[in-house]
Design a protein around this ligand. Sequence first.
Ligand code: 3PG
Length: 397
Amino acid sequence: MKMKILIADKFPEHYVKKLEDAGLEVIYDPKLGEADLPNAIKDIDCLIVRSTVVNAETIEKANNLNLIVRAGAGVNNIDIAAANKKGVYVSNCPGKNSIAVAELTIGLMIALDRRIPHNVMDFKKGIWNKAEYSKAEGLFGKTLAIVGYGNIGKEVAKRAQAFGMNIYAKDISRIEGYGVKDFSEFDQILPIADIVTLHLPLTPQTKNLFNEKMFSLMKNGAIFINTSRADVVDEEALIKAVKEKNLKVGLDVFADEPESKSGTVSSKLIELENVYVTHHIGASTEQAQNAVAEETVNIILNYIKSGVIAHWVNRAKVTDSHYQLVVKHYDKPGVLAAIMDVLRKGNINIEEVENIIFDGGLVACCTMKLRAPATSEMLESIRNNPNVISYSHVSLA
Ligand code: 3PG
């Protein structure tokens, strides 16, 4: 039976065709929203989304769903806990739209410094104001704090380096060129940064990270940019800082962002003169969308071919595995079943298992991660199996 794929977001036609050419049944319906998905998902095997919200109801109503691919980086629009309960794989395309987000970030920096949107709006109204718009700081020599030094933060650093900025970044695990200096504490960098830009995923640790206290540390008149996730910033605190500290702000994400692709928008930010908001378009360049779509197609086709999910985000990072049993054995039917039966009888849960074959197919090696230790009786019983060559049993603590 053909694998059925639903693409519930905008996706380049060329890549829709690639999936069809691979013999998959593809339903391309970019207009579907969060509320439509529970009805559309019933017999779907694989769901592809960008920012469309995949809630618990959608996952619960799915009869065949096996894989959700986030055609982008952030997976906070997918109810991962619900996916975990049903064993639905969730994967994403990290790094594939980073350049586009970095380009927008630099664009916002220049736009804010030179007030390009105001320049243009005045011109369109027939107003000439060289006197006013000649006041700009310039980016050269300015101190930039990059908060979040993953794929996007690094692309921002590369570009800021070309502008001659003095670059600091938070959470650098490895310093990788570009003349970037690490900063360990916000109270060291925020008071000296001319520009602060956020490139963080939304996690319980980053939610409302930029709150009243953080804004109070920032310089008066500094530029603040958020092209990551709205909830990383306490928007009320940001509004207060704009009013009291004259911050200049560039946002690609904000609270109450509309789910639909077009329509009306309401936000307290509209009234604020020095806040430029773009329409969550950070990843929306052809270059980025093609790179993301290519990766999405690769994830699906490789999974069909090999059973391996690339960028599998809901794989357990920590398991209940405390012991490891490795058994080298002759590769014959029933050998593994007999070994596992010994563990079953002792009520020992196998958390993870991998069986790998030596060249020639005569011998295999099975690695089992166990919740509890195998007893000496169990190990003896395994050793006595004539098809077992050797074993090792260690604690992983
Ligand atoms: C991402 O997480 O990749 C970006 O926020 C892009 O989102 P989008 O694909 O909905 O534009």
